[in-house]
Ligand binder design. Structure first.
Ligand SMILES: CC(C)(COP(=O)(O)OP(=O)(O)OC[C@H]1O[C@@H](n2cnc3c(N)ncnc32)[C@H](O)[C@@H]1OP(=O)(O)O)[C@@H](O)C(=O)NCCC(=O)NCCS
Length: 152
């Protein structure tokens, strides 16, 4: 079955799923799940920022990625951002991560965005495969993060 990608603006019923994924993967120490639900619900309006894309295998949501502003505090110069890339455990290794990255890049390009940024501690190689380059590193909570960018 060919997976398809939808936005949560088109499918707001997917917000509880994307909020739980994103909270479990990235935000457990920073906010409550209820706060995460409110943040994800913001992406269902008609504005471009933020937009959340969800990859569906049939009816089953299996991954997500977001386009947003201000993902890293104090660095508005790096706007806009690719953030929240997540693929459910059982579905990893099928190219869905790269597919979601490519879809988000296509959306941003069509909207006239000519450069995206992201930061990651764990997935530099994945983004390099998608043509992203490391531009800076920083340390936070004893981890080293890379800021990466791609011209669209
Ligand atoms: C990172 C993640 C999104 C990858 O999803 P995925 O669907 O398994 O990725 P893909 O199948 O598209 O992987 C494509 C390639 O990148 C590689 N890759 C995948 N995850 C990687 C990682 N974390 N680090 C380095 N390389 C990775 C794969 O081995 C694959 O390489 P290949 O084409 O040579 O076989 C998924 O593991 C995940 O959700 N992890 C938890 C959340 C997370 O870490 N998100 C990214 C943080 S910024």
């Amino acid at each position: 079955m060919t997976p398809m990608i939808v936005s949560t603006a088109a499918r707001p019923d997917l917000v509880p799923t994307t909020a739980r994924w994103r909270w479990e993967a990235f935000f457990q120490d920073a906010m409550s799940l209820d706060e995460m639900l409110l943040m994800e619900a913001e992406a269902t309006n008609s504005e471009l920022m933020p937009t959340v894309l969800v990859l569906l295998e049939g009816e089953e949501p299996v991954g997500m990625v977001a386009l947003c502003l201000d993902d890293l505090e104090g660095r508005p110069d790096l706007n806009p951002w690719l953030a929240g890339l997540y693929v459910a455990d059982a579905h990893r290794g099928n190219g869905y991560g790269l597919r979601l990255i490519a879809e988000l890049e296509g959306l941003a390009r069509r909207e006239g965005i000519d450069r995206l940024s992201l930061y990651t501690a764990s997935a530099v190689d994945l983004y390099s495969k998608a043509g992203w380059s490391e531009v800076e590193s920083f340390s936070k909570d004893e981890a080293t993060y890379w800021i990466m960018q791609k011209a669209l």
